[in-house]
Write a protein that binds this ligand. Structure first.
Ligand SMILES: [Fe+2]
Ligand SMILES: [Fe+2]
Length: 293
């Protein structure tokens, strides 16, 4: 049973066959010939087919209609109290792994493998331990799905709410059916914000990025927090939008978000990752990293 207060139909809750369809779509949108993944055999990857495209389109249609300023406030009030569950970190990884869809023969790597591959790729390149930890934790917010949240309130590109939607956001044409689109309080360029107010004062659409950011806030360096909080904010870090909301600190931090993104997108490898340093995890993670009370 879910915790979500909203009543959406099954089709609206799960427009994607599984969460990976969103990530496959990102790879179509932002392909990179110099993949970070090693021993990669392209033919081993899943084929991105037309049905995935349709699912992703429908996923964004619903996302863009329902992610309103009011919706996000409700989710923040509900989830940022962190009163849903408390568990040690290994249990949290196992909990997250329930997201594997056993009925899908194509899904051969679980959520934990993606986290391991991302963090190991970061480690291989000699980045600091805190960034390896970011790789390991960055999608932990997807546990929201297990709390009954619809897929489109967990994954997908994120974007500011409370001001006009950028037309560089994927499938931006669907925003016309979002109630905020015609609300004069929210549909101007700045909306509820002041010019140059800084992203810390901007409310982002609700999803796993914001949730994991709050989970780890105060525990890792600022650059890592930006990686967590904005890794799905593609209209900013890939498309250069929303400059008028940024302050100098955001512009300075952008380099960290850009540094992290290729590890997230291109470290996927069909071979499971087995070389993770157990010691590193145990030393790096505070015992209550995933504490929710
Ligand atoms: Fe993510
Ligand atoms: Fe990821």
């Amino acid at each position: 049973m879910g915790i979500s207060q909203n009543n959406f139909s099954d089709k609206e809750v799960n427009p994607l066959k599984n969460l990976e369809e969103w990530e496959e779509d990102l790879l179509q949108r932002y392909p990179d010939p110099d993949s970070i993944a090693t021993a990669k055999k392209t033919e081993e990857y899943r084929v991105y087919d037309e049905s995935t495209k349709d699912h992703v389109r429908e996923f964004y249609r619903i996302n863009h209609i329902y992610q309103t300023y009011a919706f996000v406030q409700e989710k923040r009030n509900n989830y940022l109290k962190f009163d849903k569950k408390e568990m040690p970190i290994w249990d949290a990884f196992q909990f997250l792994n329930q997201l594997v869809d056993d009925s899908d023969p194509d899904t051969d790597l679980d959520q934990f493998q993606h986290l391991l591959q991302t963090s190991e790729a970061i480690r291989r390149d000699g980045h600091p331990d805190w960034m390896v930890l970011v790789g390991l934790m960055h999608d932990m917010g997807k546990v929201l799905c297990l709390f009954g949240e619809p897929q489109w309130a967990v994954v997908g590109d994120t974007f500011p709410v409370g001001c006009a939607f950028s037309d560089k956001i994927v499938y931006s044409e669907f925003f016309k059916d979002n109630p905020d689109f015609t609300n004069p309080a929210y549909n101007t360029r700045l909306g509820v914000y002041e010019k140059g107010c800084g992203l810390r004062n901007v409310t982002m659409s609700w999803g796993h990025d914001e949730y994991v950011y709050h989970m780890l806030k105060g525990r890792i360096p600022e650059g890592g927090l930006y990686m967590l909080r904005y890794h799905s904010f593609y209209s900013w870090h890939r498309e250069g939008q929303y400059d008028y909301l940024l302050d100098d600190h955001d512009r300075e931090m952008l380099k960290w978000v850009e540094l992290f993104n290729p590890y997230d997108l291109y470290s996927k490898n069909p071979e499971p990752q087995i070389g993770i340093s157990y010691d590193l995890i145990m030393k790096s993670l505070l015992p209550n990293t995933c504490r929710q009370h």
